[in-house]
Design a protein around this ligand. Sequence first.
Ligand SMILES: [Zn+2]
Ligand SMILES: [Zn+2]
Length: 238
Amino acid sequence: MLNSYLLFWSIGMLFFAAEWLKPARPIAYRAVFWRDLFALGVYNLSFLLVVQVTDRIPVPQYLPVALYNLPTAGKLLLFYIVEDFGLYWVHRLMHTSLVWPVHRWHHSPTSLYWLAGIRATIPHIALFNLTYVAALPLLHDASAWAFPVIMMEHIARNNWMHVNVTWKSSWLEWVFVTPRYHHIHHSSDPAHQMKNLGALLTIWDRVFDTYYNPDDLTGELKFGLSERVNPVRLVIGV
Ligand SMILES: [Zn+2]
Ligand SMILES: [Zn+2]
């Protein structure tokens, strides 16, 4: 647990440094950091609660026997493809009017930087965690190192998607989500809503018609909600 926190903040310091060197937009850190530190506390507690339930879901073993001897790297690849496909559809579901309240808090920051994406309600964490649980059988008999690697990759990735940097890579975006790619998803412009829903891979957005090419962006992005919501309801997700 202590190692996880150390790694979390070590990576966070690197993101802070990148944002200080090449910021995409000015961020009033003093105005938002303590709020996001509170959100991080809520996230950590919520995650501990959520896994008490999701870890007990009996998911049948569906990895074909022929693939049992696949190297751990191969199983990880399968795991990430299946999990990411699930994450895309869960995220898309969260943008329907019925489920939107559980995801609204995540879209509330008006300034995006690495820690701003940590805002997540309990049902938000639970729904996303279900995709992890559903993909777990693909790691049947995988080496033990795969699991802490996935956990830290998930945390680092969520923070990475929100980093406030000018850095861009059009070629990397053919496959992977980058900060500027995800920032479009946070835009309050109706033209960007329901766009770039991908978490790790950009292919689902291309295949399912929710892709917005960051190179096509003109003008400055504005972030945040277009509705006023009671802060307690925002954090609880109702
Ligand atoms: Zn969203
Ligand atoms: Zn986000």
